[in-house]
Design a binder for this molecule. Structure first.
Ligand SMILES: [Zn+2]
Length: 135
């Protein structure tokens, strides 16, 4: 069974990349809850965070400040939420561990808003912009 995230990792599918290192990548969510909604995933395929060893869980979460700061600077968002769903009943859609970074805007309220269909050109620009803030 194919995994969409593994296909992005293998270069078989497009992702709007924000960051990569030897064990992780970060890219824009194709169906963002709001502008700048991004994911961090481990390169190694695990379905749930409970399938990973705790050291690797620590490593992936340690990337959150770096990437979230860049997203906030690039988008002008006021805040952000983290999401990490495990299993279908938790609304995990892709069965490959991922952390959601969801920017929040004072002007838009704070509900878990509906997902949008993103425009590819906008995502190209946005990913470039966010990458420029990653230090
Ligand atoms: Zn995978």
């Amino acid at each position: 069974m194919g995994c969409i995230f593994c296909e992005i990792l293998d270069g078989k599918r497009d992702g709007h990349l924000l960051y990569e290192d030897k064990s992780h990548i970060s890219f824009l969510d194709k169906y963002p809850i709001d502008v700048g909604h991004s994911l961090i995933i481990p390169r190694e395929h695990h379905e749930r965070i409970t399938d990973m060893d705790s050291e690797d869980v620590g490593k992936i979460f340690s990337l959150v400040p770096k990437i979230a700061n860049a997203i906030l600077k690039a988008t002008g968002a006021d805040a952000f939420s983290l999401g990490q769903n495990n299993g279908r009943a938790a609304k995990q859609i892709i069965p490959h561990v991922h952390i959601h970074i969801i920017p929040r805007y004072n002007s838009k309220g704070s509900v878990w808003t509906k997902r949008q269909i993103s425009n590819d050109d906008e995502l190209v620009e946005l990913s470039k912009n966010i990458r420029s803030f990653i230090v």
